[in-house]
Design a protein around this ligand. Sequence first.
Ligand code: UD1
Ligand code: CA
Length: 475
Amino acid sequence: MENNVIILAGGQGKRMKTNMPKALCNVIGEPMLEWVLTACENAELDDICVVKGYEGQQIEDYLAARKSKAKICTVMQEERLGTGHAVMQAADFLKAHAEGNTLILCGDAPFIDAETIKGALELHTEKDCGVTVVTSRVENPTGYGRIIRTENGISGIVEHKDCTPMQLAITEINSGCYWFKTADLLEVLFDIKPENAQGEYYLTDCIELLIAKGKKADAFISANPHVALGANDRRGLLALNDIARYEIIGKWLDEGIEFCCTDGVSIGNNVTIGHGTKIHSGVILRGNTTIGENCNIGNNCIIENTTVGNGVNLNNVQAYESVIEDDVKIGPYVQLRPNSHIKKGAKIGDFVEIKNSTIGEYTAVAHLTYIGDSDVGSNVNFGCGVVTVNYNGDKKFRTVIEDNAFIGCNTNLVAPVRVGKGAYTAAGSTITTDIPDNALAIERGRETIKEGYAEKKLKARTEKFEAIHGKSEEK
Ligand code: UD1
Ligand code: CA
C-alpha cells in the first residue's frame, strides 16, 4: 500500500508583507515548508507533491537545493481559489498513487510531527475511513474550522466564517492535516463547489461528500498542542519562533543541559548537545551542529554546521562548517569560516579569523591574526598580528607551517610558502621564500639611529605652533 503526501504551499505571505511564498518564511532559521517536509521524512513518507502558487519558482528553487530523502515533485496552482482547488491541481499525482492513502498538509503549519502523522494513519486504517482529520483542542478556536462530532466519528467541518453561534463554541479544531483514501478523495474532489462565505473551494467539504457516499470519516486528536498553529503575519511568525525555541530549549533542559539565561538563545532541530555543557545567552546553534560534553558555549556564539568536541570553551565565536576538537579554547571575537579544523588543545585568542585551514594540536594563535588556506602543525606559536597572504588578487595559494614553528609578531607569510619545523620568523618580516627546519628568517631593514634628529624637528614644530596660538605661558 502506497502512502503519499500533498503539501499545500500556494499561499502568499501577504500579511507578512513579504514577496515570498508564505511557506518559505522562517521559523528558527528554517522555512516552515522545511519543518513540514522533515516531519514527512521522519514518518517515512517518501512520495511528496508540493502545490506551489504565489512565487512558485522560489519553492522550486528551494526544493532543488534541498537534500531530500523523499521523492518530491511540484504542481502549480495558478489562482488561489481555496484548499480544495489546490488539491485538484495535484489530481495527476493522486491518480498515479490511487492505490493507497494520501496525507494532506499545510506548508505553513510547521509543527506537524511524525507521531501525529503515524497515529492518525493507524486510526484511519483501523477504522477503514475515507478520511481522517487531525484535530486539536484549543482554548481559542478563532479562525479555525470546527469539528462536528457524531457518536461514530465526525459529520463535517465548518469554517469559522460559516459557523452558527453554537458551532463557534466548539473548541476541537481542524489542523488542516488529513489522511484520505486516495481513490475516495478522487471520487469526490471535483464535486466541491465554492458555495460558502468565502466563495472558495473548501477541501473540508470532501468530508460531507464522502459521508454521503457511505464512507466513514473520523478525527484523530493530536497529543501535540501546537499541531495546528500557523502564522498569518509577522507577530504570528514571531510567536511560532518563540514556541519552537522554548520547545527545543525545554528538551535540552530535560537532558540536563544548563542554560544560564535563554535570552537570544536559539537551537536548531538537528543540533545535539553533550552532557555537562553550559549554554550562555545569545547563543545560536544552527544546522547540523554537534556540541560535545562539558563545553562552555559563551555569550553570543553562532555555530553552524560545525562539530565541537568535549571540554571546548567558546566565547563570542562564530563558526561555520568547521571542526573544533577536544579541549580547544576560542575567543573572544573569533570567526572560523568554512572548512577550518582546530585540533585538540589549540588556543585561538581575540580578533582572529581562520578560513579553510587546519590548526594543529596545542598551537596558539593568541591575537589579531588571519590564517587562510593554511596547514599549521602542532605546538606552533603565532605572535600578534600575523597574516597569511593567501591571495594575490587573482589566485589563492596555501601556506604550510610545520610543527613547533614560531611566527614572530606582524609577520606576513606570502603564499605559497612553507615554514619548516621549529623555524622562526623575526617580527615584522614579510616572508616570500620557504624557511628550512630550525632556521630563522628575518626580512626587514636594519635599524639606524640618528642622534639629536628629533630635537631640531620639535623646535620647528613649537615655533610654528606659537606663531598661531601664542606662547603657552601667555594663555
Ligand atoms: C484551513 C481549513 C481550516 C483549518 C485551517 C488550519 C479549509 C477550507 N479550511 O483554513 O478548517 O482549521 O486550514 O490552518 O481548508 N492554500 C493553497 N492554495 C489555496 C488556498 C490555500 O495552496 O488556494 C494553502 C495555503 O498556502 C496554506 C494552506 O493551503 O498553506 C491552508 O490554507 P489557508 O488559506 O491558510 O486555510 P485556512 O483558511 O486557514
Ligand atoms: Ca491558515
